[in-house]
Design a protein around this ligand. Structure first.
Ligand SMILES: N[C@@H](CCC(=O)N[C@@H](CS)C(=O)NCC(=O)O)C(=O)O
Length: 217
């Protein structure tokens, strides 16, 4: 059995993804929280982009949350969080990439824009992404999770978007999900999942609201 240590930052959605997978697979792990505004040298040595998460597997560093999650799937195959069929697996990876490149880009832009024009672009990008997800969930007509009955790595990837949704509501952005019934049910299914509840950092809503307000004011 491998020893796992997750190098973390408490409000990071990418770290949250890997915590969800570790909880789903019932793996004990250590965690070390670092200060991203004052990164220690040992961290910069093992993280080529200076980003969390890094997972130490028996002291060997692995970076990029999607890679970490696929590694955990291979090291701890049960419960399976990826489909067996290669095309279904590729489909899962495609939607993980959609989250990485489209949803998280909108999220980052919303969080870090300090003018209304940037925030409007972020809202537009968010809405378009959610509409696309609504279409996918409607076309498949399965559930409660992204790929159907079973929780998967796709869900671990999308869950941190929705653990921040209460913050988005408090920030007056609830209407981004207006009329998107499938996405709303999907959000609720994710928020009911114990691994998702356990993986979220303390006071995430308050911290997220505060972070956004400090930039937006
Ligand atoms: N693609 C990376 C993104 C990780 C990421 O952006 N982490 C942020 C915190 S949420 C970070 O470490 N930022 C520090 C920096 O960019 O200096 C992943 O999926 O692991």
């Amino acid at each position: 059995m491998s020893r796992f240590k997750l190098i973390s930052f408490d409000t990071c959605p990418y770290v949250e993804r890997s915590r969800i997978v570790l909880f789903e697979k019932d793996q004990p792990f250590d965690q070390e929280f670092i200060d991203l505004s004052d990164k220690p040298d040992w961290f910069l040595d093992i993280s080529p982009r200076g980003k969390v998460p890094v997972l130490l597997v028996d002291d060997r560093p692995i970076f990029e949350s999607s890679v970490i999650n696929e590694l955990l799937e291979e090291l701890v195959p049960q419960p399976a969080l990826m489909p067996e069929d290669p095309i279904d697996r590729a489909d899962a990876r495609s939607w993980i990439e959609f989250n990485n490149q489209v949803v998280m880009a909108a999220h980052g832009k919303y969080l870090f824009s300090d003018d209304e024009e940037g925030r409007n672009e972020a809202r537009h990008a968010y809405r378009q992404a959610f509409e696309r997800i609504e279409k996918r969930l409607t076309d498949r007509d399965t559930g409660p999770y992204f790929l159907g009955e079973h929780f998967s790595l796709v869900d671990a990837t999308y869950a941190p978007v929705f653990t921040r949704w209460q913050a988005m509501e408090q920030l007056g952005e609830a209407e981004l999900l207006d009329g998107l019934k499938q996405v709303q049910s999907y959000r609720d299914a994710l928020l009911d999942r114990p691994s998702v509840q356990n993986a979220r950092g303390d006071n995430l809503t308050e911290k997220t609201v505060q972070m956004v307000q400090s930039r937006h004011n």
